[in-house]
Design a protein around this ligand. Structure first.
Ligand code: NAX
Length: 325
């Protein structure tokens, strides 16, 4: 048997983690021969509720689960962590302005970034799910100068999966026939779901769908999918978000399939004219645990405008939390 890997998960009493932890413990992330230790972080007020989740984990008698650490101290949660799923975040409270939300989360992610810097494994792979995910990831990354910036990421995989599913159903093909969709930019309603380079079966997606449908319905449906689920379910996406988080990390470790890519928020290197350093969602291929931005894609005027809008939003988020960078 291999040595257990240390997986830190924050917001461990929340609804996304309720769907995530059992899959991590079951081996869905790293396979059936990789034992894991879960290192769970919560705020003090949610420790009891987190303990209930731990009791359920125990009751599953998962063969791969070699230990569970529970704490409200990030330095304990992230100690020697190989992987960190940063799911916990402060939701928008009543009367809270967007700037207040950014600031309160920036505080959380600056503390967590520092703790990762000090105690995590030097190659730790960090995924930020908690919103505003891109900017939270930026804060964490900037507060962890010891770590390679490329070890920090945020999640647009749920938006990517939503795009794959919607395109497949519109074209009446299985999801396995869809490749190369892209989510550019921010995980917010300015994100740009792009199918200009996507493939449906053996065809270019643009030859299979009506431009009008794409520019209006497709883009808006993906951008607004989270709100649509809240409206109908009364709660935000949880199982699909947990699934996307698991897939994001699994692809990061296992690599992308030949001829395909995934969308991932990573530090911009200036590709496609985006300001270097911004945490921006790009199409990436992954090999040996290293992501590389797909280069050389044609960007038409429509796409250029969409990229500019989401980049502008990310810059304004960054400027709102500049004191903590
Ligand atoms: P919940 O409110 O159910 O759970 C969040 C948990 O985080 C709570 O138990 C809370 O006590 C904990 N928490 C708050 N501050 C913490 C801190 N400083 N340290 C540790 N734990 C802390 O939210 P849930 O539905 O699970 O969503 C979690 C986050 O994911 C939210 O920010 C949400 O907006 C975001 N999402 C991001 C998505 C993405 O694609 N990037 C999609 C799904 C989701 O909306």
């Amino acid at each position: 048997m291999k040595t257990p890997v240390q997986i830190a998960v924050t917001g461990a009493a929340g609804q996304i983690t309720y769907a995530l932890l059992f899959r991590l413990a079951a081996g869905d992330f790293l396979g059936p021969d990789q034992p894991v230790v879960l290192r769970l972080l919560e705020v003090p007020a949610a420790m009891d509720s987190m303990q209930g989740v731990v009791m359920e984990l125990e009751d599953c008698a998962f063969p791969l689960l070699r230990g569970v650490v529970t704490t409200s101290d990030p330095r304990v949660a992230f100690e020697n962590a190989d992987y960190a799923f940063l799911v916990g975040a402060k939701p928008r409270g009543e009367g809270m302005e967007r700037k207040d939300l950014l600031e309160v989360n920036a505080q959380i992610f600056s503390v967590q970034g520092k703790a990762l810097n000090d105690v995590a494994h030097p190659d730790v792979k960090v995924l930020v799910v908690g919103n505003p995910a891109n900017t939270n990831a930026l804060i964490a990354q900037r507060n962890a100068p010891r770590l390679d910036p490329s070890n920090f990421s945020a999640m647009t995989r749920l938006d990517h999966n939503r795009s794959v599913s919607l395109l497949a159903s519109h074209c009446s093909v299985p999801v396995t026939d869809i490749r190369r969709v892209i989510i550019w930019g921010n995980h917010s309603s300015t994100q740009y779901p792009d199918i200009h380079h996507a493939i449906v079966g053996g065809d270019r997606a643009t030859s299979r769908v009506d431009r009008q449908w794409y520019e209006t319905l497709f883009i808006e449906t993906v951008q607004q999918r989270g709100s649509a689920i809240i409206k109908i379910r009364g709660k935000s996406s949880a199982a699909s978000a947990a699934n996307a988080a698991l897939e994001h990390m699994r692809t990061w470790v296992a690599g992308t399939a030949d001829g395909d890519w995934v969308s991932m928020v990573i530090p911009s290197d200036g590709s496609y004219g985006i300001e270097p350093g911004l945490m921006f969602s790009y199409p990436v291929t992954i090999e040996d645990g290293r992501h590389r931005i797909v280069q050389g894609l044609d960007i038409d005027d429509f796409s250029r405008r969409m990229l500019a809008a989401t980049e502008a939003e990310l810059k304004s988020e960054r400027d709102a939390v500049a004191a903590l960078l």
